[in-house]
Ligand binder design. Structure first.
Ligand SMILES: Cc1cc2nc3c(=O)[nH]c(=O)nc-3n(C[C@H](O)[C@H](O)[C@H](O)COP(=O)(O)OP(=O)(O)OC[C@H]3O[C@@H](n4cnc5c(N)ncnc54)[C@H](O)[C@@H]3O)c2cc1C
Ligand code: FES
Length: 255
C-alpha cells in the first residue's frame, strides 16, 4: 500500500565512486517495501524541479530505507544538499518487485551503473532464502562501479580500469556456461544492457527478470510517460513501467 510520508534524513553522504547514499527514517513505507520497488521523491520546496524523482530502494531495514544515487541534474544536485534531520517528502513503495519464489538454486544479479542499487535489497532477500548469489557489475569505468555490501562479485568495465575489460554480458555469458544448477538472472541498468542480458539469458535458457528505468513523470500510472512495449500475441501493447513494472519478465519486453 503506497503512502506519502515526510521522511527524516539520517545520512546523505558520498560513498564510493560517483555515488551517494541517502538513509531515511520511513517506517510506514519500510515495513511493506519489497526489493525492486521504488520511491518517488519530492525534492526541494520550490517549483523546480516540479516533478518527483524516482529512485530504487537500495536497502530495506525497517524502520529505515536507503537510496543509492548519482548526481545527474537539478533534482539530484538538490538532493545531495539535504542535511541530517532535514525532511524529504516521499511516496512509496511503488511498482512491482522482483519475484523470488521458485526452486532455483542460484541467483545471478546483473547491475549496470546505478542499476546496481535495487540489487542489494534483492540480495538481502535471496540470502534469507538460502540461494547462491553471483553478482556481475558492469560500468564504463572503475569510478562508476559500486560494490559495497555485495558478495561473489565479478566486474566488467569498458575501459578495463576495474575487473575485466569488456561488457557485463561477456562475464554473464561465461558465468552461465559454468553453471550446473537452476538459476535465475535479475538485472537492472540501461535499456541496451538489459536487452543484451535478456539475449544471453535466453541463449542459456535461464529465466531473466529486468528492472526498467524509463523516464517517469507522475510515477503512479496516470500520465503514461513511462510506457514500454510488451509482446501480446503477434503484436505489441504498452505497459506502464511505474505500475506494471519496473520489474518485468525479460521475454515479455518487445526489445
Ligand atoms: C524506476 C527508477 C528507478 C531509479 N533508480 C535510481 C537509483 O536508484 N539511483 C539513481 O541514481 N537514479 C535512479 N533512477 C534515475 C533517476 O530517477 C534520475 O537520474 C533522476 O530523476 C534525474 O533527476 P535530475 O533532476 O537530477 O536530472 P534531470 O535534469 O531530470 O536529468 C539529467 C539527465 O539524466 C537523465 N535521466 C533522467 N531520468 C532518467 C532515467 N530514468 N533513466 C535514464 N536517464 C535519466 C536525463 O535524460 C538527463 O540527461 C531511477 C529511475 C527510475 C525510473
Ligand atoms: S510515470 Fe506516469 S504513468 Fe508511469
Amino acid at each position: 500500500m503506497k503512502k506519502i510520508v515526510r521522511a527524516k534524513i539520517l545520512e546523505n553522504v558520498k560513498v564510493s565512486g560517483e555515488y551517494r547514499k541517502l538513509k531515511i527514517l520511513a517506517p510506514e513505507i519500510a515495513k511493506t517495501a519489497m526489493p525492486g520497488q521504488f520511491l518517488s521523491l519530492k525534492i526541494g520546496n520550490c517549483l523546480t524541479p516540479l516533478l518527483r524523482r524516482p529512485m530504487s530502494i537500495h536497502k530495506i531495514k525497517p524502520p529505515y530505507l536507503e537510496i543509492l544515487y548519482k548526481v545527474r541534474g537539478r533534482g539530484t544536485e538538490l538532493l545531495s544538499k539535504y542535511k541530517i534531520n532535514d525532511y524529504l517528502e516521499i511516496l512509496g513503495p511503488l511498482g512491482t518487485g522482483f519475484q523470488t519464489d521458485g526452486a532455483f538454486k542460484t541467483a545471478i544479479l546483473v547491475g549496470g551503473g546505478y542499476g546496481i542499487s535495487p540489487l542489494l535489497a534483492l540480495q538481502d532477500r535471496l540470502k534469507k532464502l538460502n540461494k547462491n548469489i553471483i553478482t556481475v557489475i558492469g560500468a564504463r569505468s572503475a569510478k562508476l562501479v559500486y560494490k559495497e555490501g555485495f558478495i561473489n562479485i565479478k566486474i566488467a568495465t569498458e575501459d578495463g580500469s576495474a575487473g575485466i575489460k569488456g561488457l557485463v554480458t561477456e562475464v554473464l555469458d561465461n558465468t552461465c556456461c559454468s553453471l550446473k544448477v537452476d538459476a535465475v538472472v535479475f538485472a537492472c541498468g540501461p535499456d541496451k544492457m538489459l536487452k543484451a542480458v535478456s539475449l544471453v539469458s535466453q541463449k542459456h535458457n535461464i529465466p531473466c527478470q529486468v528492472s526498467m528505468e524509463n523516464l517517469m513523470a507522475c510515477g503512479v500510472g496516470v500520465c503514461l510517460s513511462c510506457v514500454c512495449a510488451v509482446k501480446k500475441g503477434l503484436t505489441n501493447e504498452y505497459k506502464r513501467v511505474c505500475v506494471e513494472g519496473p520489474v518485468f519478465d525479460s521475454k515479455e519486453i518487445a526489445w
